[in-house]
Design a protein around this ligand. Structure first.
Ligand code: GDP
Length: 326
């Protein structure tokens, strides 16, 4: 039975990946913060239905010795490193933790693999944020990186560490350069889930306003379930390599809002209030991914478009909040 270890198992991607690996007969281990184990109903809700089939290890990404120890103990066949400080900030002088944690954990896990499980296939969750102010659109694996956020810089460093373990140490280390991917399990700090939950709150009469930043911002949005399947194809491919994983289409925040509100027979413009707090530094080129390489080499293609993503998120939010209505 193949043994997989997932960092970030309780997050959106980790939870879908764990379910997919369990379906395919893997033994699945996950790294979780000790503090999360103390409040499982809050922090582990995404994996609650499969919890009894998982082996969870309390281990923080900040502790490089603990990471080394877990890999030494489990000797995984697959290691999916999805955990990270994921806050997208542009304040480089305030973001030591993002840089330290994301860089240090990737380095420690790869070193551990080299020492204790050199056969392991290592997946690194890279990000479209690495392209930052990209010179061209759409971006593919040959597009120069130009990160602007601290998160993007930390992911780019992790990407290069991965590449160096692959090229210098012969480790099967690969990266998926994933564009935004959403689902009902997305956190409320992201604009998609914020729009869905606000739309439902307005529909239920619990609110009458939605405050957002730049409605013209565009994103290449896909479904997390599709992107998790891409991760599996990347690690099961015959050679380690890096792949862009994207839908190849961008939509604006405004389009997302209009589609979501119209599902509830509401006109988004009646409730929208512009809030400068939610504006980001200017985004020169919209990030749009060209996943031709993943299509051709991995036979991967997304199975959800934006409409089906919004419908699924909306259905889940309506169901989740049904019991709160009077
Ligand atoms: P990310 O920035 O790609 O990690 O994803 P987000 O979902 O946080 O943001 C997507 C886009 O929505 C960005 O271009 C934001 O500028 C834009 N946006 C507009 N209003 C909001 C808002 O109220 N919250 C967030 N998170 N993003 C917003």
């Amino acid at each position: 039975m193949p043994r997989a270890l997932i960092s970030g198992i309780s997050g959106q991607d980790g939870s879908y990946l764990a379910e997919s690996l369990l379906r395919e007969g893997h033994e699945v281990h996950g790294l979780v913060r000790r503090s999360s184990l103390e409040v499982p109903h809050v922090k582990m809700s995404r994996i609650s239905t499969v919890m009894d089939q998982l082996t969870l290890h309390p281990c923080s990404l900040e502790s490089q010795t603990a990471l080394l120890e877990v890999v030494r103990e489990i000797k995984p066949d697959y290691l999916y490193h999805l955990g990270a400080q994921s806050f997208v900030s542009y304040e480089i002088d305030q973001e030591y933790a993002t840089l330290d944690t994301n860089l240090g954990s990737t380095h420690a896990l790869l070193s551990a693999v080299m020492r204790f499980a050199p056969h392991c296939r290592f997946y690194f969750a890279a990000s479209s944020e690495m392209f930052g102010h990209a010179e061209t659109s759409p971006q593919n694996e040959s597009t120069p990186f130009n990160p602007r956020s601290v998160y993007g810089i930390s992911k780019l460093a992790g990407f290069h560490i991965c590449k160096s373990f692959r090229e210098n140490e012969d480790i099967f280390a690969c990266s998926g350069i994933l564009y935004n991917h959403e689902s009902p399990r997305r956190g409320k700090e992201y604009v998609t889930q914020k729009i869905i939950s606000q739309a439902v709150a307005i529909h239920r009469g619990h609110s009458n306003v939605i405050k957002l930043g730049n409605l013209d911002a565009r994103r290449d949005w896909g479904h997390a379930k599709d992107y998790v399947e891409a991760m599996r194809k990347i690690t099961e491919f015959d050679k380690p390599d890096d792949f862009v994983v994207a839908s190849g289409r961008t939509h604006s925040v405004r389009e997302f809002c209009e589609k979501a509100f119209s599902l509830l027979d509401l006109d988004f413009e009646d409730f929208f209030e512009c809030d400068p707090r939610f504006f980001r530094p200017s985004e020169k080129t919209p990030l749009c991914g060209d996943a031709t390489k993943a299509h051709e080499e991995l036979d991967w293609a997304p199975t959800h478009d934006l409409d089906t993503i919004i419908e699924e998120m909306m259905d889940c939010e309506l169901e989740r909040t049904a019991s709160f209505t009077n």
